[in-house]
Design a protein around this ligand. Structure first.
Ligand code: FE2
Length: 314
């Protein structure tokens, strides 16, 4: 599918990927979402006071550091480069926030890899600029936010360590693993799946939140698996030790043999959650969009080069 030309309409169910173990059912009727390059993603939601404008900012990959983190120089050397030599990640981030300050979306949805490594300078800069922008913002982590390449321990251990040591200001007191915030009548469920796993507690959180009714949007870093999407997805049957091609480059432990069972349960729970309007992720650094029975799953383009996904709900 040519993403730039992709326009989803009433026939959303027709493009649904059949998921193993997931109910494939036409639970959603009517024209539920559409995408155009000029208008962004429009998701239908009745009953809101006014349309909600969300800017999804994913994978900014800020790469700032100073002498306070000199001891980690070796850990951030590889990811310290720019994605575009003509526009630094910092400049791209500032450009996005300047635009937001002027156009005043209702929410900045930051879906991970905001930074390429957890230096003090990166976190301080990101929080200061996001706060100064004056637009409400929500954050969930990506796999690079908490990763110093070459550091010890499993991904889960590194995530816990660096969230505690560095990333907490990004959560403003919320639970880094799972929290919900209501903006303009829509509840945003922020779930950290940056290790490719969702644990039992996050699964229960998701079930409880979506069972409350009312429109919800699920925001995570790693997209949920669809047939043909390969190993780099959450709930992927293709994810396994042998499929991990980057563990040596990224200097981390290789993937396990399989994602946790709770991750596959979560994948099924998403498919069954009638109150979900959309699933918004990042990680792929490109715009992808697919529909499961009318529920849109999207990945945002690369904010490190100044691209975002604009989403209008209502
Ligand atoms: Fe990324």
């Amino acid at each position: 599918m040519n993403r730039r030309e992709f326009i989803a309409s009433c026939a959303a169910a027709a493009s649904a990927a059949a998921l193993p173990g997931c109910a494939s059912r036409p639970r959603r009727e009517g024209c539920l979402f559409r995408y155009t390059p000029s208008g962004g993603l429009r998701v239908r939601c009745d009953g809101l006071e006014r349309p909600l404008r969300v800017w999804q900012v994913s994978d900014s990959h800020l790469n700032l550091r100073d002498s306070r983190d000199d001891e980690y120089k070796d850990f951030y050397a590889r990811m310290g480069v720019e994605w575009n030599p003509k526009l630094t990640a910092r400049e791209a981030f500032e450009r996005i926030l300047d635009d937001a300050r002027e156009k005043r979306p209702d929410l900045l949805l930051v879906t991970g890899d905001l930074i390429s490594f957890p230096t003090l300078k990166n976190v301080e800069f990101a929080v200061e600029r996001l706060d100064a922008c004056g637009v409400p913002w929500l954050y969930t982590a990506g796999n690079h936010d908490w990763h110093f390449e070459g550091d010890e321990g499993s991904d889960a251990e590194q995530r816990a360590r660096w969230i505690e040591k560095r990333l907490l200001p990004l959560y403003k007191g919320e639970d880094p693993m799972a929290y919900a915030k209501t903006v303009g009548g829509v509840r945003f469920l922020m779930i950290d799946n940056s290790t490719y796993n969702v644990d039992e507690r996050q699964l229960e959180f998701f079930r409880a939140e979506t069972a409350k009714g009312g429109p919800c949007v699920l925001a995570m870093h790693i997209p949920l698996w669809h047939r043909g999407w390969g190993a780099y997805a959450c709930g992927s049957p293709d994810w396994c030790t042998a499929a991990d091609k980057n563990w040596q480059i990224e200097r981390r432990q290789p993937w396990a043999e399989r994602q946790d069972e709770s991750t596959f349960e979560f994948r099924r729970a998403v498919d069954e959650a009638d109150s979900l309007l959309a699933v918004l992720a990042g990680h792929y650094h490109r715009l992808e969009m697919v529909s499961d029975s009318g529920l849109v799953h999207a990945t945002a383009p690369l904010a490190a080069v100044g691209e975002i996904l604009k989403v209008t709900i209502g």
